[in-house]
Design a protein around this ligand. Structure first.
Ligand code: SF4
Ligand code: SF4
Length: 194
């Protein structure tokens, strides 16, 4: 079996939309939270089945494989707006208060519900309902929709930094929600669309 070096703290959280006019505060979460230790800088060695993401359905993956699907982009922790009239979903560069804009990881993953009670766990149970607003590049969404991973995905590159080097993560361009009132989020909509 191949060995892949993975950081322990990929972000698998996702943050649902705020409905304009009648905001609903709901964030999405990430798979296998029990694995996560966001502040640890240690890397772990995980054995994964060869090219499992091409052969094994998400629902049949081991916990380690499910975890490895996350590319660590952090996009799912951005605040989003859903427009009531059209149903359109737009991403903003305003990030959840717990997102580290450099590492693209949750700073309090284990205790995140204490600070962000509506952060939802991303799992096979929740994925079908939330896939429509996950980033188009999200590896869970891609596999759920039967599409291949991008070549910058750490599973293909073998390097967790490749998602950042490809410009596919949120590194360096988010704004903390503590600085931006909700009514101004619309001023920070980005081109990324679900
Ligand atoms: S692949 Fe990216 S968008 Fe999808 S769960 Fe992981 S960090 Fe979030
Ligand atoms: S609480 Fe953490 S995992 Fe959840 S949306 Fe915020 S940064 Fe992401």
């Amino acid at each position: 079996m191949p060995t892949l070096l993975l950081p322990e703290a990929f972000n698998n959280c996702a943050r649902p939309c705020q409905v304009q006019g009648a905001p609903r505060r709901n964030r999405q979460a990430r798979p296998l939270s029990f694995f996560r230790a966001p502040h640890h800088s240690v890397t772990m060695t995980t054995k994964l089945r060869p090219r499992f993401w091409e052969r094994i359905p998400l629902k049949n993956m081991t916990p380690a494989e499910w975890e490895a699907v996350c590319d660590g982009c952090g996009k799912c922790c951005l605040n989003k707006l859903e427009f009531e009239d059209t149903g359109e979903v737009a991403f903003t560069r305003v990030a959840c208060r717990l997102l580290d804009g450099e590492t693209c990881r949750c700073t309090q993953y284990a205790a995140r519900r204490r600070y962000v009670p509506d952060c939802v766990h991303l799992s096979m149970k929740t994925l079908p309902d939330i896939a429509y607003w996950l980033p188009r590049t999200c590896a869970y969404r891609l596999l759920h929709e039967g599409r291949p991973l991008y070549d910058w995905h750490p599973l293909l590159s073998g390097d967790p930094a490749s998602v950042h080097e490809a410009g596919a993560s949120v590194r360096g361009w988010t704004l903390p929600e503590s600085d931006i009132p909700e009514e101004d989020w619309e001023d920070h909509i980005i081109e990324e669309t679900p």
